[in-house]
Design a protein around this ligand. Sequence first.
Ligand code: F6P
Length: 557
Amino acid sequence: MSSPIDATQTAAWKQLLQLKEDFSLNLREAFAEDPERTNRFTFTAGDLFVDLSKNLINDDVLAALVALGEEVGLEARRDAMFAGEKINVTENRAVLHTALRAPADAVIEVDGHNVVPDVHETLDRVFEFADKVRSGEWTGVTGKRIETVVNIGIGGSDLGPVMVYESLKHYLQKGLTCRFISNIDPTDAHEKTADLNPETTLFIVDSKTFTTLETLTNARLARTWLLDNLVASGAIEDEDASRKEAIAKHFVAVSTALDKVEEFGIDPQNAFGFWDWVGGRYSVDSAIGTAVVVAIGPERFREFLAGFRAVDEHFKNTPLAANVPALMGLLNIWYSNFFDAQSHVVLPYAQCLHRFPAYLQQLTMESNGKSVRYDGSDVTTTTGEIFWGEPGTNGQHAFYQLIHQGTRLIPADFIAFANPAYVVKDGEADVHELFLSNFFAQTAALAFGKTADEVRAEGTPENIVPARVFPGNRPTTSIMAPRLSPSTVGQLIALYEHITFTEGTVWGIDSFDQWGVELGKQLAKQVTPAVGGDEAALAKQDQSTQSLVRYYRAMRR
Ligand code: F6P
């Protein structure tokens, strides 16, 4: 693999530096002067209606950003990804989450092997399993219908499933709910199982590697909880064959390491595979989403996959000048590298999307939080954005103050849906309209602000005027869709996957490895004996760690 093009050495980058230096765009004036601004800067991708007009851009900036994408070879790298080339060089892997939603007749080869039939074969098995659970054909060991599915996983094996489940809760089958255990904090497993009936509970252990400490520990805790409770209540005999049968009826697994699943004691019949060319944070549309399939059903999951596909097709086939993920990724470069924006806030006006910012944190920050490029050389500019957010309107009453009047520039993505999950009236008022009015109002307030004269005109005492001025010119992107459906959730995920890819390409980094999470894992293993009381192991730790462990040991009762 050749070295990445250094974005900072391109003509487009130099032009952007110049544009930034001369930049004096005022959004109030830009809107007043140009009635076509919104039309020109509004784009669609699938069902997503994306208004970029309240960003700090003009035609020259947008053209230079598109030129940057062209100069760094964004289209060629995108095509290489879709074609199954091994662009994840540090792990020598293809990057083919897009194959997970490819139509059955597509041909996508990895090392000469068409992976699409494998994807569909696994999907069919997951669908068959989900149908059995949903219909009651699959029962627990005592013949009772499954009522609760507990997904055990962490990182990409948790954040995607839980986010999609929460987003699509209004599609659940009555009498069937999911829970998610992720943290090795024993509170998590305890609280999520304490009130469950083991006879009606099914665990799905999700782990790409099937080596993750948290997940395997929680899976063992769940197994012990299940068997102890079944034996204690007399539901099963206290002997090995009964235990084995109980595990077979109450545990399934999803992994790329099916041998390790079997070692753990889960019947290979009850395991669904995926492949090393799917990164954990890109895996919710693989069998890792099995809990979601059970929750919403195969038909809805097909719609979810079709949503991804619509945005994949858009990203693959649309010229950069109208390519929504590419433009949004390039805009993020504009703010990160030319305005020194440190963070990026995502504000879904949909309570069901409350885990979406957390999901995006792994997607974007594990992908692009890198200091070296994919050829091992140092990056040539700042990389990675800090993603954060909360649903509106809650965030309005918490941190919007800083976005409106603080000293930092925080580009914001606002997301909203025309139709609510539930139509609710407050007297005559449609509550969704009250909700969306806030979405519309906030982006306008951020863009256009409020001048001192406007504040004065309201009769505000002069000494308070400065505190009540809103500077405006705070950039926002508004994303709207008809409704929060399986399809639009898939579209949103694919949108941000490709935004992340675009940024990674400009920075020349491998957005698909995550070596930065390894050191902490190794050190945790080393320190565990010290925490357990091994003085020799403790002596090997640094002084601060020794002090903290000693404090822990002194306080632990
Ligand atoms: O530690 C980070 C990570 O490797 C993520 O990339 C991944 O999503 C998560 O851990 C869980 O890994 P696994 O699915 O292999 O258990």
